[in-house]
Ligand binder design. Structure first.
Ligand SMILES: [Zn+2]
Length: 269
C-alpha cells in the first residue's frame, strides 16, 4: 500500500466514524424528544389536573347562566366553546367576565366535517377572527364540532396559531403532543347524570395521576342545587393537591415547558 492509498483509506475510515457518531447523536436527540413529548405533560407540582370544557355557547340561556355561576362559585376554571356566526356577543361578554372562564372557538357554523365543501379556513380562522373582533380575545383553544378532525383541520389550526384542540376521546395538542386523559361527560346528551359514576371517574384520575377532563353540554345538565352537577363539582373542587386550570392555560404552560427542555438539550449537546 503506497502513501496515497493509505491516506485515502484513513480518510474513508474517519468519515465512517463521523457518520456513525453523528447518527448516534441525532438518534438520541430524536429519541429524547419523542419520549419527552409522550410522557412529559407537567402538572406544575400538583398531583393531578382538572380541566373542564363546555360546548355550544351562542345565545342567552338559563342553563349557561347556571353553569357558569356554579363553576365560578366553586372556583373552577373552565373553557367555553363559542359558535361564532350567530352569537349574542354582549351576553358572551357578560357571562365570561370573570377570572375562571376561558373563551375557545367551537367553529363558525358547527357544520359537520363531512359536509360537502367544508370551509376549513372560515370555520377555524374565521371563528377566531370573529371572537377577536367582538371580545378582543385571542383564542388558543379549539373545540371540534362532533369531535371530528382530519389532517387538514390540524394544519389549519396550526396556521391559525391555535395551541390545543379538543376531540371526544383524547385531547391532542396542535403541536403534536397527546394527552391520555380520563375523560367523562356530565349530563344527558352523551354523558351520565349519576353522581357516583362521575365521582368514581375523578377518583380514578386522581389515583393514577392523570388529567381529569370533564365535558359538559350545559343545555343537557340539571343545574339545580343538590343535583348531580352540584354534588360532583363540589366533590372535585377545593383540593390543595389538584391543579384547576383552563385547557388553554394548561397547554400554554406545557408548550413553554416543552420548548425550554428542547432548547436546553440542544445547548448541552
Ligand atoms: Zn358542539
Amino acid at each position: 500500500m503506497n502513501v496515497t492509498e493509505y491516506r485515502n483509506k484513513a480518510v474513508f475510515i474517519i468519515m465512517i466514524i463521523i457518520v456513525v457518531v453523528c447518527s448516534i447523536i441525532l438518534f438520541s436527540k430524536f429519541n429524547f424528544q419523542r419520549k419527552y413529548i409522550q410522557t412529559g405533560l407537567d402538572y406544575n407540582g400538583y398531583k393531578t389536573v382538572v380541566i373542564i370544557s363546555l360546548d355550544d355557547l351562542s345565545r342567552p340561556s338559563e342553563s349557561w347562566d347556571n353553569a357558569i355561576k356554579m363553576l365560578v362559585n366553586k372556583k373552577l376554571p373552565h373553557t367555553v366553546g363559542v359558535i361564532t356566526n350567530k352569537s349574542d356577543w354582549n351576553y358572551i361578554r357578560d357571562i365570561s367576565d370573570n377570572e375562571y372562564t376561558e373563551i375557545a372557538s367551537h367553529s363558525r357554523t358547527h357544520d359537520k366535517l363531512s359536509v360537502e365543501n367544508y370551509d376549513y379556513e372560515s370555520e377555524i380562522g374565521g371563528s377566531k377572527e370573529e371572537i377577536f373582533k367582538n371580545l378582543g380575545v385571542t383564542v388558543v383553544s379549539y373545540i371540534l364540532p362532533y369531535g371530528m378532525w382530519d389532517d387538514k383541520v390540524s394544519k389549519t389550526l396550526i396556521e391559525n396559531e391555535y395551541i390545543v384542540f379538543r376531540t371526544h376521546v383524547n385531547t391532542p395538542l396542535v403541536k403534536g403532543l397527546y394527552l391520555s386523559d380520563h375523560e367523562i361527560e356530565m349530563g344527558n346528551l352523551w354523558g351520565t347524570n349519576d353522581t357516583e359514576t362521575l365521582n368514581t371517574a375523578f377518583d380514578q384520575s386522581y389515583k393514577d395521576n392523570k388529567i381529569y377532563h370533564l365535558r359538559i353540554h350545559p343545555a343537557h345538565v340539571n343545574w339545580a342545587n343538590n343535583s348531580y352537577s352540584d354534588k360532583h363539582l363540589s366533590y372535585i373542587s377545593n383540593r390543595s393537591d389538584v391543579w384547576y386550570v383552563s385547557m388553554g392555560d394548561f397547554y400554554m404552560y406545557n408548550l413553554n415547558f416543552a420548548r425550554a427542555s428542547t432548547s436546553e438539550s440542544r445547548g448541552s449537546g
